[in-house]
Design a protein around this ligand. Structure first.
Ligand code: ZN
Length: 155
């Protein structure tokens, strides 16, 4: 991007943040003096579509982000618990927003799983264990038993 002061194309971004309820990015730019620029600073606003576009699976495959998939995993885990559908919707909104605001377009699946686990652990141990038993990375049943024992200790 050209500097509005000296017209050189030497600007760099020194800060980016999401503004206006999430549909614009404000970038502070500097005409880089180390690259022959004039050290002028200016701000640009760019409209963005804030959404998580894709997920990266453990094996490195990239697939489109599917909110329904995350939701159905959550619904299964929270069946007959105190966690209602509305709470799940709110959580999904927060989750997507969190990644979108960091301008992450592709999220590793284990990061999504981690956020889900943090949410469930705080809400309901039963839902947490159910989710863990399906999506957790256990190499032995012994590990799973340890997890359950550790939860018992916290109550
Ligand atoms: Zn300049």
């Amino acid at each position: 991007m050209r500097c509005p002061f000296c017209n050189l194309n030497r600007t760099k971004v020194i800060d980016s943040r999401v503004v206006r309820g999430g549909d614009e990015i404000r970038r502070r730019r500097q005409c880089d003096p180390e690259d022959g620029g004039c050290d002028g600073r200016f701000t640009t606003f760019e409209r963005v579509e804030l959404r998580v576009a894709g997920v990266v699976k453990k094996d490195g495959r990239r697939v489109p982000y599917d909110r329904e998939k995350v939701r159905s995993g959550l619904l299964r885990a929270t069946w007959k618990t105190r966690i209602g559908e509305e709470e799940i919707e709110e959580f999904l909104n927060r989750l997507e927003r969190k990644f979108a605001e960091r301008l992450v377009k592709e999220v590793p699946t284990d990061q999504i799983g981690q956020q889900v686990l943090i949410f469930l652990k705080a809400k309901d141990p039963v839902a947490y264990i159910r989710f863990m038993s399906v999506y957790g990375d256990f190499t032995s049943s012994e590990q799973f038993k340890e997890l359950i024992d550790s939860l018992d200790g916290e109550g």
